[in-house]
Design a protein around this ligand. Structure first.
Ligand SMILES: [Zn+2]
Ligand SMILES: [Zn+2]
Length: 333
């Protein structure tokens, strides 16, 4: 076994040292080979944390972190910082700087534009890395902090409340009504016609399937309009978002509700987060249409309904959005 001779010496010294001061320590009573079998299965951030618990374990893990970390790929470095951030109540992982930043309680999605332009966040994040409209932007670290503070339950709870505020005027990158309902449908149809007949990057059949997917929200509103007072439910095919539409009985108001699942505490590079976010070079709504996600439609709405009153509730980040619009604003439904 690697380093076994040296480690036997070091551990022997550590065990003796520790045993002399605290005989209740169990981990340092383990045979070295067994201890190494355990530590070999730890993630790097766990090794880092363990190596900082006492001199003996630092010797056992034997890493020069200043050399080790820069050798990692970008993805592994982010994973390392994500692992550390999980244990640190007031830190979040910055994708741009690839390091941890301190929490800033004035930085909430509804104030993101203000915070960013005032440079009160330590770096200028890419605008395309969140889910946003002009005055609202959820960044990955907002989700991560909400999950962490919800899990901890006893720190920054006011900030957690601000992070969990219901938001309006955005659904998901894949479902957008562009202008009025009729205009939105015809605008999307025209864009797809260009792709099919001019760019020739998909067949007419693929184009009609894409149009069907891209106008799920328009379909939902039209269906709800035929049954005023009744909720019409559907889901996005490309991100974990359930939505529902209702038209008031006087047909003057439409309400669209959405429930989002932004995934678990993890990396901003995780597929569960990336499915919600526009890539940097995507400019048009059809650019964001990607692979279908396999999930039970309606399940996110049901998860939310289970404990609507508690922050994020579970280890998954569930956020609800509500969009209300007067029918007059949509003109020709
Ligand atoms: Zn940064
Ligand atoms: Zn979506």
């Amino acid at each position: 076994m690697r380093y076994s001779r040296l480690l036997h010496q070091l551990l022997g010294k550590g065990r003796w040292h520790y045993w002399r001061h605290d005989q209740k320590s169990a981990i340092l009573q383990l045979p070295l080979d067994i201890l190494l079998l355990i530590t070999d299965n730890l993630a790097l951030h766990d090794k880092f944390l363990l190596s900082h618990t006492c001199k003996a374990l630092r010797q056992v893990l034997l890493q020069d972190w200043d050399i080790k970390l820069p050798q990692l790929s970008f993805e592994h470095q982010i994973a390392f910082w994500v692992g550390l951030a999980y244990t640190l109540p007031n830190r979040w992982v910055c994708l741009k700087c690839c390091k941890l930043h301190p929490i800033n309680t004035s930085d909430v999605p509804a104030a993101f534009t203000l915070v960013r332009y005032n440079r009160t966040v330590p770096c200028l994040l890419e605008i395309s890395r969140g889910i946003e409209t002009s005055h609202y932007s959820i960044q990955h670290y907002h989700i991560q902090l909400a999950l962490k503070l919800s899990r901890l339950g006893n720190i920054y709870q006011q900030y957690l409340g601000a992070l969990m505020q219901t938001f309006t005027r955005t659904l998901c990158p894949h479902m957008r009504i562009i202008g009025g309902l009729m205009g939105s449908r015809s605008s999307k149809k025209s864009s797809i016609n260009v792709i099919v007949h001019w760019c020739k990057i998909m067949s007419p059949r693929e184009g009609s399937i894409l149009l069907k997917e891209a106008t799920l929200l328009e379909d939902g509103v039209e269906l709800a309009y035929d049954s005023p007072g009744q909720w019409v439910f559907n889901s996005c095919l490309h991100c974990l978002t359930d939505f529902a539409v209702i038209i008031s009985t006087d047909k003057r108001k439409a309400i669209i509700r959405a429930w989002h699942d932004f995934g678990i505490e993890g990396s901003p590079l995780d597929a569960s987060w990336k499915a919600h976010v526009k890539a940097k070079d995507e400019q048009y709504w059809f650019d964001v249409v990607g692979l279908h996600l396999d999930y039970t439609h309606g399940s996110i709405r049901e998860l939310w309904s289970e404990d609507v009153s508690h922050g994020t509730g579970t280890s998954h980040a569930k956020v609800r959005s509500v969009f209300t619009k007067l029918i007059d604003g949509w003109s020709k439904v």
